[in-house]
Design a protein around this ligand. Structure first.
Ligand code: NCD
Length: 316
């Protein structure tokens, strides 16, 4: 139980494909009437959430329960964290209570890595989003969703070579964008980022992507996937664009823009969505949108990740 999942940057192509394949097996079990597997019986998984979350927290909880782990969900609000207890004291308390796995979401970039390397706990650590840094299980469920939509029953063993993915919006504040850049490129996809100049990180030249500011040009190139990012107002300390109306006009996926996409192009969004800002409601609800599939697939992918760090053998 020494493995952690902290980022997608350090995942090899083979390890990523193997994880997606285990997630396929997990998804198969979720089509049965009895969805629970005995795999992690006797194991305790703590969901340690210092930041708000709906999908990710519930999804990890469902995943751990379906593997028969004992699950303790701990949110910072209403706990001693709001009285000023440190991450160290919280982690040591969880260690004393016998946590085998800790799923952590924290507002500080690097918090999951600190927990994994601190010696405060021997638990396997899974990063469920650390500041603006990474959100590896979101990228894995996005890759899983793309692979399943594109290759269907023939998904197992495949990577995403040859696919063209455009990630649009608030890249600067998005851990989802970062984890997807590493994972999707490792899996062989071409990734392009489109954002207002103020919402592109400054060190973008070192990323394995092309970056631009023209959404219409990116759409005209006929991408396989357009992934919209939430405008993360809570992380904005200044005005990054003049108005919501202008942002929607230039960077929103409107019905008119979606109509110019290839017939088989997918539209993704990690949620929660600002309907009418980065994505039109009608596009979010259209057949090419994978928003709800992403949520559904998140459970199987998180089952695979928990299995991998708590019971499995890494392939590479
Ligand atoms: C993302 C997150 O929290 O990073 N949401 C999620 O996990 N489903 C993206 C976001 O909040 O915009």
């Amino acid at each position: 139980m020494s493995d952690h999942l902290l980022s997608t940057r350090d995942l090899s192509r083979d390890a990523a494909v193997a994880l997606l394949d285990v997630a396929e097996d997990m998804a198969d079990t979720q089509r049965r009437t009895v969805k629970k597997l005995p795999t992690l019986r006797g194991t305790t998984v703590v969901n340690l959430f210092f930041e708000d979350s709906t999908r990710t927290r519930i999804s990890f909880e469902a995943a751990a329960k379906r593997l028969s782990a004992d699950v303790i969900t701990f949110s910072a609000k209403g706990s001693s964290v709001s009285k000023g207890e440190s991450l160290q004291d919280t982690a040591q308390t969880l260690q004393a209570m016998g946590a085998d796995g800790i799923v952590i979401r924290h507002q500080a970039s690097g918090a999951a890595a600190v927990l994994a390397t601190s010696g405060w706990t021997r638990a396997a650590v899974v990063n469920a989003g650390d500041g603006t840094h990474e959100h590896p299980t979101q990228a894995l469920l996005d890759a899983f969703t793309i692979r399943k939509r594109r290759f269907g029953a023939g998904s197992r063993g495949r990577d995403l070579a040859g696919l063209d993915v455009v990630i649009v919006g608030d890249v600067l504040h998005s851990r989802v964008a970062r984890s997807n850049v590493w994972l999707l490129t490792t899996l062989g996809a071409t990734v392009r980022l489109v954002a207002p100049p103020t919402l592109l990180p400054t060190h973008i030249e070192s990323w394995p992507v092309e970056a631009g500011t023209d959404l219409d040009a990116a759409i005209a190139d006929g991408p396989d996937v357009v992934m919209m990012l939430r405008v993360q107002r809570e992380r904005m300390t200044e005005a990054f664009f003049p108005s919501a109306r202008e942002y929607a006009a230039l960077y929103g996926l409107s019905a008119a823009r979606a109509d110019r996409l290839r017939a088989d192009a997918l539209v993704m969004h990690p949620g929660p969505m600002n309907r009418g800002l980065e994505i039109a409601g009608s596009v979010a609800d259209s057949p090419r949108s994978t928003v709800l599939e992403q949520v559904e697939n998140g459970i199987a992918v998180r089952m695979a990740v928990l299995y991998d760090v708590l019971a499995g053998e890494r392939t590479a």
